[in-house]
Ligand binder design. Structure first.
Ligand code: UD1
Ligand code: CA
Length: 461
């Protein structure tokens, strides 16, 4: 039996109060729809069909990397109408799994069990007990416990509203059956919509038994209707992610104060302090420690690296046993070899820094190549930008750059050079020189500071 999947994602999500279609809101850095797509794609499926509508082409445009067929539902006339739009692209012999674009955390195992349950009768339904069933369709069963129909919250009477078993909306139905039933749907109900849920009563009338299954955890079936619900799911999901990182050898003093918005690949014995955010694709080697309040995006961090508090690292490769921070900004295109030290208020951009070099205080190094064992003193600036173009600074091995030095690029400083503090380097420097261009010391005796309302002149030397 082949499986086709339909994801319903055409709704507006009125209660989000947003110009952005609901399914494009993000959970852990990824859109809700991508979460659903990812679990769908992890199943063995013949094809994924996504029904979109509200917000128009925004949705397929932003998510064009998904391998799905996109079906436009111009008017949102109900879940039954939505499924019907996708039906022509699906073969009769397939089983169709229906998922919702705004229910992001459903687990693969739950869906596999749901699909398995449909293999006999051709119809299975995922139901749940949530404590509060307000807003959900209720599962109506007869005395023998067999499902007879689903009644929507808005159509239910007082007794039906008391039913605790709810419809999660997710179901698996044989295409040949679903096609017949969809053709018979009407919109004769309180909301004037074509309810997909009405196919349950039709199945019962046609003598098709319906198997029900349930999720392991209720958050799997929780939908996002409000920003509050989105935040709730975010916290839940982040704790899950932190838990699985702990299982892989990462320690957190407080796993509730950690955010992963992407993919994190880790070694063992990693310590991550509070309020650390990881975005994009990040790799952390063995024995890495990260201090409070750091953001690391799309970077590779080597073994034994120590990142002190309040650092931002983006698109960078950090070699083994480097030490960074506190308060360092490592910008895209930075490559640090091993045992490099970058200290406070230092910004590095698009530069490579070779082994054991140190840039410890208040410096900007951009578009540069820095050799081994170089020491860059406090307040050093590579002047890489002339207002129109960026230029390169090359500092060879064993150079000692004094504090408050400007290196006006393009420029090369030869191996072993010592630059005196306060120097402006505008031309290449040959190896092994001492160079400085400090002004001669000037002393003015008897100098009087200017006073208001008086004519002041510098005394003659
Ligand atoms: C639906 C179910 C209800 C269930 C609940 C679970 C129906 C009639 N009711 O109700 O039994 O308890 O989900 O959350 O199915 N959508 C479209 N096109 C449409 C209408 C909806 O794509 O024309 C999509 C929405 O974007 C959403 C999903 O279908 O992803 C569910 O629609 P929604 O209107 O939220 O259904 P509920 O009223 O919550
Ligand atoms: Ca609705």
């Amino acid at each position: 039996m082949s499986l086709s999947i339909i994801i319903l994602a055409a709704g507006q999500g009125t209660r989000m109060r947003s110009a952005i279609p609901k399914v494009l809101h993000r959970l852990a850095g990824r859109t809700l729809l991508e979460h659903v797509y990812t679990v769908a794609a992890s199943l063995n499926t013949r094809g994924i069909h996504i029904v979109y509508g509200y917000g128009g082409e925004q949705v397929p445009h932003l998510l064009s990397h998904l391998s799905a067929s996109w079906i436009f539902q111009a008017e949102q006339l109900g879940t039954g109408h939505a499924v019907k739009q996708a039906i022509p692209g699906i073969r009769d012999e397939d089983d169709i799994l229906i998922l919702y674009g705004d229910v992001p955390l459903v687990a693969k195992t739950t869906l596999m069990a749901l699909v398995e349950a449909a293999s006999g009768p051709g119809f299975s339904l995922l139901t749940a007990w949530l404590g509060n069933s307000y807003g959900y369709g209720r599962i109506v069963r007869d005395e023998q416990g067999r499902i007879t129909r689903i009644v929507e919250d808005k159509d239910a009477d007082a007794a039906e509203r008391k039913i605790a078993e709810i419809n999660t909306g997710m179901m698996c139905v044989r295409a040949v059956l679903l096609k017949q039933w969809l053709d018979r749907l009407n919109h004769d109900n309180v909301q004037g919509e074509y309810y997909l849920t009405d196919i349950v009563a039709m199945a019962v009338a046609d003598g098709i038994g319906i198997h029900t299954t349930s999720p392991t955890h209720r958050t799997e079936v929780q939908g996002v209707n409000t920003r509050g619900q989105l935040a709730e799911l975010e916290r839940h999901y982040q704790l899950q992610l932190a838990q699985s990182l702990m299982d892989r050898g990462v320690s957190f003093p407080d796993p509730a104060r950690f955010d992963l918005r992407g993919e994190l690949d880790t070694g063992t014995d990693i310590n991550i302090d509070i309020n650390v955010v990881i975005e994009g694709k990040v790799r952390l080697g063995n024995g890495v420690t990260i201090g409070q309040n750091c953001l690391i995006r799309d970077s590779e961090i080597g073994d034994g690296v120590e990142i002190l508090a309040n650092c931002i690292i983006e698109d960078a490769v950090i070699g083994n046993r480097c030490r960074i921070g506190p308060f360092s900004r490592i910008r895209p295109g930075t490559r640090l070899a091993e045992e490099v030290h970058i200290g406070n208020f230092v910004e590095i951009k698009n530069s490579s820094i070779d082994t054991a070099s140190k840039i410890n205080h208040l410096s900007y190094v951009g578009d540069s190549e820095v050799g081994r064992n170089v020491n860059i003193g406090a307040g050093t600036i590579t002047c890489n930008y002339d207002g129109a173009n960026k230029h390169k600074t090359i500092i060879e091995d064993d150079v000692h750059v004094g504090s408050d030095t400007q290196l006006v690029a393009p420029v090369r400083v030869g191996r072993g050079v010592t630059i005196g503090a306060g120097t402006t380097i505008t031309r290449d420097v040959e190896p092994d020189l001492l160079i400085h261009n400090r002004m001669e010391r000037r002393v003015v005796k008897g100098w009087k500071r200017p006073e208001k309302g008086k004519k002041n002149a510098e005394p003659k030397k």
